[in-house]
Design a binder for this molecule. Structure first.
Ligand SMILES: Cc1cc2nc3c(=O)[nH]c(=O)nc-3n(C[C@H](O)[C@H](O)[C@H](O)COP(=O)(O)O)c2cc1C
Length: 393
């Protein structure tokens, strides 16, 4: 099983990614960036662009594979522009955001808003994959600065050569994966969505087992997830499947075999579903799910993946170091102490589960105005509140 760190707007930015990777990264295959908006004016916001600059992602020895930028777009063309920019920066994959539930996003038919209108979604994906298909016929044989000599893989024709020449000024595209919910309000909507997704050569299909109207509340809809994956396979979908939603403890993780069907049809040792239900020949055999993406669980317990892989639970001194390293990294680009403390409070909102009765002490963090006050408040928590090793039970 592969593990991914989920994208979380404003939180899983490069300081967190670098620090997490440094201290707890073993066993985490990929880190997804919060979404970058591919705007109609073909321009990224400075802070979004900074987050994906290779020189900021210093904790990664192979960022091209280990980090996946996520793109939010409402039209194919800006998406393709953004994807090409990411490829130029060295990324091998980008992920399409089809899950953000925020009203400002949904009202613009982006994020989960795309799920409302399957025809529009299909047009969006057609636009993306048709361009990628055409581009894949172009082979860049030589490059001289911005110019490139090109040839075609097949079907040389004047038109294609002309297109190829145009393309030579641009860049080839990275692989495309997609992160979706099960629908807007009714998980039955997933049937149509899966039928659409099955048409395209996605690198991976990540399914957050909720509908938009759930936002992040309630239990993940695991039954509906299973059904959606079956529909996807029945429609001929070949992409690897990644499960996302509410994996916060080893208990949640060990319930996954159950989640993936259980019973006679299921081989729990290798997470492989009896594939006869889905495909005709052995070479098509795919595990039911091949990856699990975790968001809030990793914010609350940065060592969660280590625990899921049989390792030890988070120790107090590790948590302390993690907090110190995060502060140091935020300090490098946030000038005022107060704003760094706000950033740290976003982490404390998840991490407080490790301390018994720490409400008053946390209040002191919230009230702190300077680095000194913040540190005193944190020292107080570690000295006087009971540390809970296994906060997830
Ligand atoms: C504060 C917050 C920000 C999020 N930002 C993004 C985002 O930028 N892109 C995205 O695809 N999902 C985003 N998500 C959703 C998470 O990636 C994930 O799908 C969700 O939290 C469910 O997984 P979990 O139960 O493991 O947390 C966000 C979730 C939260 C709570």
């Amino acid at each position: 099983m592969k593990f991914y760190f989920a994208p979380m707007e404003g939180i899983t930015l490069y300081p967190l990614r670098n620090v997490h990777r440094e201290l707890f990264g073993e066993g985490i295959e990929r880190y997804y960036t919060p979404f970058l908006t591919a705007s109609q004016n073909y321009h990224f916001k400075n802070r979004e662009k900074r987050d994906v600059l290779p020189e900021k992602n210093v904790g990664f020895d192979n960022y091209s594979e280990q980090i996946v930028p996520q793109i939010m777009a409402g039209e194919a063309e800006p998406f393709l522009w953004a994807a090409a920019q990411m490829k130029k920066m060295g990324y091998n994959e980008v992920n399409i955001n089809l899950g953000c539930p925020a009203p400002t996003v949904v009202n613009r038919h982006k994020g989960a808003g795309m799920l409302e209108d399957p025809e529009r979604l299909e047009k969006f994906l057609d636009g993306i994959f048709e361009e990628i298909r055409r581009n894949s016929e172009v082979v860049v044989t030589e490059r001289h600065g911005d110019r490139a000599k090109v040839s075609l893989r097949s079907n040389d024709s004047a038109l294609k050569m002309a297109e190829a020449f145009d393309k030579s000024q641009g860049t080839l595209y990275p692989a495309i994966s997609l992160k979706t919910r099960l629908g807007m309000s009714d998980p039955q909507e997933a049937d149509r969505l899966m039928e659409i997704y099955a048409k395209y050569p996605l690198k991976e299909l990540i399914i957050h087992a909720r509908v938009r109207e759930d936002y992040y509340k309630g239990r993940a809809r695991t039954e509906d997830f299973i059904r959606a994956v079956k529909v996807y396979r029945e429609c001929g979908g070949k992409a690897d499947i990644c499960y996302n939603g509410d994996i916060n403890s080893p208990g949640d993780y060990s319930a996954l075999p159950e989640l993936c069907g259980g019973g006679d049809n299921y081989d729990a040792m290798n997470m492989r579903h009896n594939i006869e239900a889905f495909t005709q020949n052995d070479s098509d055999i795919k595990p039911f799910i091949s990856a699990v993406m975790i968001g809030r669980g990793l914010l609350a317990d940065p060592a969660l993946v280590r625990r899921l892989r049989g390792g030890e639970a988070l120790r107090a001194e590790e948590l302390r170091l993690y907090l110190e390293r995060l502060y140091e990294e935020y300090e490098k680009f946030i000038p005022e102490d107060r704003n760094i403390i706000f950033k740290m409070l976003e982490h404390w909102a998840f991490l407080q589960v490790h301390f018994e009765g720490c409400e008053r002490a946390l209040k002191a963090i919230r009230k702190s105005r300077s680095k000194g006050e913040y540190r005193a408040a944190v020292n107080n928590i570690f000295a006087n509140c009971e540390y809970i090793t296994d906060s997830s039970c």
